[in-house]
Design a protein around this ligand. Structure first.
Ligand SMILES: Nc1nc2c(ncn2[C@@H]2O[C@H](COP(=O)(O)OP(=O)(O)OP(=O)(O)O)[C@@H](O)[C@H]2O)c(=O)[nH]1
Ligand SMILES: [Mg+2]
Length: 172
């Protein structure tokens, strides 16, 4: 069995689960873990796309908290990563939080990375260009406008990830 693994990270409530659900052929499986005191809950998602008889794309969703960004190193052989961002930030603090989380994931730039600027359907959504400046997203990281709710830009984000992968293969 061939398994291609894509990690879907991003900020809290940015639409990671919705993004995976839009792509996945199965209902997203969410594993919820609670602290022993029961006051701290985190959720990790799993979705799947069948690509061929024996080839599957697995989508792993990360919990959206800066304290939980340790999850990434536990995944071997990632094909790439999609960082989902809420394009309609509630406050300057939420923008800084997004920048902080993105900066952490950009440390793994040896793999293809795409930012999905989600919730573009919201009237107060920022444009990808403005988000790039506000969250200091490097110029070589594509930002794809999307709405997981409306099902727009989600497939494009995944295809852009594949394009980066193919481009890198050509230059290797
Ligand atoms: N307007 C709008 N709402 C969205 C979009 N995508 C997700 N939402 C909503 O945003 C909320 C959070 O979506 P989730 O998919 O649960 O986000 P998440 O990143 O998995 O959240 P956590 O796992 O709690 O960090 C839900 O109410 C969704 O319906 C979108 O593209 N547009
Ligand atoms: Mg979620």
């Amino acid at each position: 069995m061939n398994i291609i693994k894509v990690f879907v990270a991003g900020t809290f409530s940015s639409g990671k689960t919705s993004f995976i659900q839009h792509l996945s052929e199965i209902d997203v499986v969410t594993a919820e873990l609670s602290s022993s005191a029961g006051n701290n809950k985190i959720a990790c998602d799993f979705g799947r796309i069948t690509l061929g008889d024996d080839t599957f794309l697995f989508l792993f969703g990360a919990p959206g908290s800066r304290r939980l960004d340790f999850t990434l190193p536990y995944f071997d052989d990632l094909f790439g990563m999609i960082c989902v961002l809420d394009s309609a930030p509630y406050s300057l603090a939420s923008l800084r939080e997004a920048e902080f989380i993105l900066r952490h994931y950009f440390m793994f730039r040896d793999m293809p990375i795409v930012v999905a600027a989600n919730k573009q359907d919201k009237p107060d959504a920022w444009s990808p260009d403005d988000l790039r400046i506000a969250c200091r997203i490097p110029d070589d990281v594509p930002i794809i406008p999307c709405s997981a709710k409306a099902g727009e830009g989600v497939k494009e984000s995944m295809l852009t990830l594949c394009d980066i992968y193919l481009e890198r293969l050509k230059t290797e």
